[in-house]
Unconditional design. Structure first.
Length: 212
């Protein structure tokens, strides 16, 4: 019987080489690719996120775990083709217009993937029109916007307005985050939610698409 627990533990503790070896071994022993995702990778990232929120782990630990998870997914993803596995949802993510910071955005992306989402990363300095076009092209359930500067956070209401003008605001949930962002600002601009850290953002996304 395939040892999914070995995969989960290796990912949780950020041991990439061990995680890759355990993933390959589990597949050789007949583990279903979907089980590796749902019973090993996702629980591992959830455990890391919970430790982060309790102050028992920090950003470096989250990053190494996320990188281990990503390496495993690179092995598993091709094997999911043709199976009935479906992501929990799709997220379009980007740092807003005028802002070139991507560390926080990248961490949120990793935690979203670790929570089972398919993520479309638009990168940095993303114009409102680019978010609108991504919604048209990819049909995500969630848009996640990041800003690190008070001067660039004003692109967030512009993006919400652009979605409304395009008749698409009711088709997608909008979540926002970044150093200057607050819950009150989120409500003020008509976003669907704000969270202060990457794990909480992924949890919120799952709540919004009804998978938690």
């Amino acid at each position: 019987m395939a040892d999914l627990e070995a995969v989960r533990k290796a990912v949780e503790f950020g041991k990439k080489n061990d995680a890759v070896a355990a993933t390959n071994k589990a597949l050789e022993e007949g583990a279903a690719p979907a089980d590796l995702v749902g019973k090993a990778l996702i629980p591992a990232m959830a455990a890391v996120g919970e430790k982060f929120q309790k102050g028992e782990a920090f950003v470096p630990e989250m990053l190494v775990a996320a990188k281990a998870m990503k390496s495993c997914m690179e092995i598993i993803r091709p094997k999911l083709v043709g199976t009935d596995y479906k992501p929990v949802g799709k997220v379009v993510i980007g740092t807003v217009r005028g802002d070139l910071h991507d560390i926080g955005k990248n961490l949120v992306k990793m935690m979203m993937e670790g929570a089972g989402f398919e993520v479309v990363d638009l990168g940095v300095n993303v114009e409102p029109a680019q978010f609108v076009e991504a919604v048209k092209q990819h049909s995500p359930e969630v848009i996640a916007m990041s800003a690190l500067l008070t001067t660039t956070m004003l692109a967030m209401p512009d993006t919400v307005k652009a979605l409304k003008d395009a008749g698409m605001r009711d088709k997608v949930k909008v979540i926002i985050g970044g150093a200057p962002i607050t819950e009150s600002f989120s409500k003020e601009i008509g976003a669907d939610g704000y969270r202060s850290d990457a794990f909480a953002a992924a949890t919120l996304a799952k709540e919004l698409v009804g998978t938690k």
